[in-house]
Design a protein around this ligand. Structure first.
Ligand code: RBF
Length: 158
């Protein structure tokens, strides 16, 4: 989680492998589009900063975060990617829906990582309100999209 001790966009540039020969799939949820759009911008820009070629970054959208599991699975099984990134923003509401979606997505992505051959990077913001999400998609705690891109490159190399 992003805290004052961990800025999501701070990392050691030199410790990130060259990504010019890598291919990435990104699945983005349409809910809370201001947040997920900013996460996507961060992820794509950071992949490119490390050499990834725009043609080798394929972006697909899904309606909501719960559908990220299916989207990631399709990319893992069909895409020929070195890593897949999921990006979503779930904001707590008045019903327990928040807990079910967060738990479902977390479990679904963990399961893909445990059973499939390609790393799936977990870019799901789970926050109590919109401001906490904005703080983590380019605000005071950096951009989780940047962090996911760096993790994707490192895991693709792994
Ligand atoms: N999807 C999100 O990506 N973020 C949300 O904050 C979010 N909140 C939801 C709240 C409710 C009450 C419902 C019914 C759905 C919500 N969804 C949200 C959509 C969810 O991830 C999924 O797309 C739908 O439940 C259809 O499977």
């Amino acid at each position: 989680m992003a805290t004052a001790l961990h800025h999501l966009s701070d990392y050691d540039f030199d410790k990130v492998p060259d990504a010019s020969n890598m291919c990435f799939g990104i699945v983005v949820a349409e809910w809370n589009p201001t947040v997920t759009g900013a996460l996507l911008d961060g992820a794509v820009n950071t992949l490119k900063k490390h050499g990834a070629i725009p043609e080798n970054i394929h972006v697909k959208t899904v309606p909501g975060s719960f559908e990220l599991i299916y989207g990631a699975r399709q990319m893992v099984l069909n895409g020929g990617y070195d890593a897949v990134i999921i990006l979503g923003s779930v904001i707590r509401g008045e019903t327990p829906h928040f807990d079910y979606i967060c738990e479902g997505v977390t479990y679904g992505i963990a399961r893909l990582n445990a059973t499939q051959e390609i790393p799936v990077i977990y870019g799901l913001l789970t926050t109590n309100d919109l401001q906490q999400a904005l703080d983590r998609c380019g605000g005071k705690f950096g951009n989780k999209g940047d962090e996911c891109a760096v993790v994707a490159i490192k895991m693709a190399k792994f």
